[in-house]
Design a protein around this ligand. Structure first.
Ligand SMILES: [Zn+2]
Length: 297
């Protein structure tokens, strides 16, 4: 973990006063060196001398870096890269006495995740598919508190008997059944699916679900989910938007795009997180390192 922090600190410092240094090209290799141990990084930094003194100052007391301790003690699993970056960015700007840029002023990090095809089920559907009283078990906790990808998967049977197997169930159970597919999935299945926000499933196609214990027929609920951003009210205040508004998300990188029509969803239980589907994520080659920015329209 330490080397990961060193790389991040270098990266953030590259944004600050080191921006105009002649040695700018050194920054890239240094970020790559972050894959090595922190010791190696120190040696490398010493080589390049006084220009990098500020890097050294920060790295030398990495062990005392309170942020590092905070993150390590508050997370049970590896925190999302955007979360660590946000905290490191705030800490580095503070220590260097530099004006904090807009992105680092946000109350919370912007996490962007790709939702692969999945379904939400009622307990009634789970009973039918897995046996009466069956409880979904946690495969992986999601970024939104209390939400999880279940170990259980089902088979989705579309028109003309084409199937998608291993469709992941997201828990906990809800009050309605909903299958969220990307358009590419829908084309493969032979479905014509509408673009809807989650929960808005009136007049949408249904499907047959198959589990180890039996079948469950959905009358409706197969949709392509509208791209959206989950916001806590304090995030909505920061971005000056309200529930139901649409924002634009600018994605950087070699396949950079702007996603318009990003629906704002606000709830005190939400953490700031954008959900796009696999078609959208693949279109811009979204990686953990890809820069993303939310823009009020
Ligand atoms: Zn979502």
């Amino acid at each position: 973990m330490a080397h990961y922090f060193v790389g991040l600190i270098c990266h953030v410092m590259a944004e600050t006063s080191f921006k105009n240094f002649q040695n700018q090209p050194l920054i890239e290799p240094l970020i790559h060196i972050s894959a090595l141990k922190a010791d190696h990084m120190r040696d490398k930094l010493k080589e390049v001398g006084r220009l990098w003194k500020k890097y050294l100052d920060l790295i030398m007391d990495l062990e005392d870096f309170e942020l590092y301790k905070t993150i390590m003690s508050s997370q049970t699993s590896q925190p999302h890269r955007a979360v660590v970056e946000h905290w490191v960015r705030q800490a580095v700007y503070q220590r260097m006495g530099q004006p904090v840029p807009q992105v680092a002023q946000a109350p919370n990090p912007l996490v962007v995740n790709i939702s692969a095809r999945h379904c939400h089920l009622t307990q009634e559907a789970v009973d039918a598919l897995f046996g009466a009283g069956h409880q979904l078990s946690v495969h992986k906790w999601l970024y939104q508190d209390g939400q999880f990808a279940a170990k259980e998967t089902i088979t989705l049977v579309g028109p003309r008997s084409r199937v998608i197997s291993n469709l992941r169930i997201l828990g906990p159970c809800r009050s309605l059944n909903q299958v969220e597919l990307a358009y590419t999935d829908a084309v493969a299945l032979g479905f014509d699916i509408p673009l809807r926000s989650s929960g808005d499933i009136a007049q949408t196609p249904g499907a047959m679900l198959m589990g180890p214990n039996g079948f469950f027929e959905m009358d409706s609920g197969v949709i392509r989910a509208l791209r959206h951003v989950h916001m806590h009210p304090e995030d909505a205040r920061f971005y000056q938007v309200s529930a139901g508004d649409f924002m634009t998300m600018k994605v950087g990188g070699a396949c950079g795009v702007q996603f318009e029509q990003m629906l704002v969803r606000v709830d005190p239980s939400f953490k700031l997180e954008v959900h796009i589907d696999t078609d959208e994520g693949n279109a811009c080659n979204l990686l953990p390192t890809t820069s993303c920015e939310l823009i009020k329209v």
